[in-house]
Design a protein around this ligand. Structure first.
Ligand SMILES: Nc1ncnc2c1ncn2[C@@H]1O[C@H](COP(=O)(O)OP(=O)(O)OP(=O)(O)O)[C@@H](O)[C@H]1O
Ligand SMILES: [Mg+2]
Length: 466
């Protein structure tokens, strides 16, 4: 059921309940009023009649005086006087005032009580003429109440219709922003990040609009960033290719040339039977081949660094650290690496995080120590690299290409990356938490460190995301 219909139904229900309650109260009020009016009219009529026949004004011509008394009641709204002879036949009867707009019979039946009448006791000589009876007639009173009820009912129906119309109009207006949000969300879903919500007149919905617009701006910014990253990757690939071509040209081509030259020399020496000079040329060829092998190994590592992972993550990181130890002997490297095998693709992501963090620390921060810690629990692979270098420059938003691609890689496997300054002194902490898919069949899981142990190894793991 729609919100609109539900609200409309609730309001209608409340209005109908109040209408029913109002009708019941009106009914009791009308019944009581008719009864009171009839009793009051009878009391006044009785008093008037009693006074007329109490004998104070004389007792001559009692029949005429009684008939005049009955005539005095002509045109009364509530009381009808009836004079009956001792044998029971009616001698005289007053006429009631007829209501202009009588109430319907069903209403009369509902609100008029049982007929009320009073038989007056006449003193002599009036009692010889006959008996005088006063009857209360509710027609006029009920007609009056009926016209009041009609007026009240008309006012109530008008009031309720206006309340309902206003409620419908307000609900419709209040739900419009939600419809706008749905339309805008589907446009965002189609990739139209320029979509914005129009200003709303409802203060409560202002934060929704602001939140939506901020989200759309962020999505647009992320798409632009992705585009930039993609471009950078393409440029980088081009540069990498050009550099590889230069390396091959500069470092391999000369050796190939010298191998060719040495081979030609050997042929010449053999033809001239200068056997003793063959060995140094063969040694030179072997030396050139060694150079080329070394160089090609470096090129291959750059082309396909994932092959390093074949050594296992810990082995690959050992190699990486050994590489830097050789070039930066002044830096102390400490390592605390899981011995458990780490499954792809988490091993490659972890390796990339460590590789970029090490090269960043060494290139930008001049540290004296760098600690690398990798711990695997049943659900999480945690990687933490901490250096005691200069740290980020104050106010720096530390997202260059290296850190941005690190973040992308971590996000791609559903992980969290935190980049922050060390709380104690200078330096930077990079921490990545990569969730492990637990649906695989892995007998090693039971041996893995618990999540609590991860915190022990790698210190706090509650770093806020960058
Ligand atoms: N460990 C660190 N200590 C101090 N500053 C750092 C550290 N790591 C990164 N930075 C700062 O953050 C910036 C962004 O790093 P990022 O790796 O994204 O880019 P980069 O290293 O400058 O370039 P790239 O990685 O693309 O070759 C760096 O330029 C540097 O100023
Ligand atoms: Mg970098």
């Amino acid at each position: 059921m729609s919100i609109q219909r539900r609200l409309a139904l609730s309001i209608t229900l409340v209005l109908l309940l109040s209408l029913t309650l109002g009708a019941a109260l009106t009914y009791w009020h009308v019944v009581a009023k008719v009864r009171t009016e009839m009793q009051a009219a009878l009391a006044v009529g009785t008093q008037t009649a009693a006074k007329a026949v109490d004998g104070r004004d004389g007792t001559d011509a009692p029949a005429r005086r009684l008939r005049r008394l009955v005539e005095d009641f002509d045109g009364d709204r509530h009381i009808m006087a009836v004079l009956t002879a001792p044998d029971g036949h009616i001698l005289a009867q007053s006429t009631l005032l007829q209501p202009d707009e009588p109430a319907p019979a069903w209403f009369l039946t509902m609100v008029a009580g049982p007929a009320t009448r009073v038989d007056l006791r006449l003193a002599a000589p009036f009692d010889a003429v006959g008996a005088l009876r006063l009857e209360a007639d509710p027609h006029n009173e009920v007609a009056e109440a009926w016209s009041d009820v009609l007026l009240t009912a008309t006012i109530m129906v008008l009031f309720f219709s206006m309340v309902l119309a206003l409620a419908f109009w307000t609900i419709r207006g209040a739900l419009q922003p939600l419809r706008d949000v749905l339309t805008a969300l589907s446009r965002i879903g189609e990739g139209d990040y320029a979509t914005r919500l129009s200003p709303t007149m409802y203060r409560e919905l202002q934060p929704l609009r602001d939140g939506f617009d901020t989200m759309a701006e962020r999505l647009a910014a992320m798409r632009a960033q992705n585009r930039d990253l993609h471009e950078q990757i393409l440029n980088l690939q081009e540069e990498e290719r050009a550099e590889l071509a230069r390396d091959l040209h500069d470092d391999v081509a000369p050796f190939l040339f010298s191998v060719g030259a040495d081979a030609a020399m050997i042929r010449q020496y053999l033809a001239a039977e200068r056997i003793l000079e063959v060995a140094p040329r063969a040694d030179a060829i072997a030396e050139s081949v060694r150079h080329m092998q070394k160089h090609l190994k470096g090129v291959l590592r750059r082309l396909a660094p994932e092959t390093l992972i074949d050594l296992g993550l810990a082995g690959a990181i050992d190699n990486l650290v050994a590489f830097w130890r050789l070039r930066r002997p002044a830096i102390t490297f400490t390592m605390d690496l899981t011995d458990d095998p780490v499954d792809p693709p988490l091993d490659a992501v972890a390796f990339r995080v460590v590789q970029e963090s090490l090269s960043n620390a060494i290139r930008h921060a001049d540290p004296t120590t760098i600690a690398v810690c990798i711990v695997q629990s049943e659900t999480m692979l945690t990687i933490r690299i901490e250096d005691d270098g200069t740290g980020f420059a104050p106010g720096q938003t530390p997202l260059g290409f290296g850190l941005a691609s690190m973040q992308e890689r971590v996000k791609a496997v559903g992980g969290r990356l935190a980049i922050r300054d060390r709380p104690e002194g200078h330096g930077v902490i990079i921490e990545a938490a990569l969730p492990i898919r637990i649906d695989r069949d892995d007998t090693m899981q039971g041996d893995r460190a618990s999540d609590a142990k991860v915190a022990d190894f790698c210190g706090r793991s509650d770093a806020p995301p960058l």
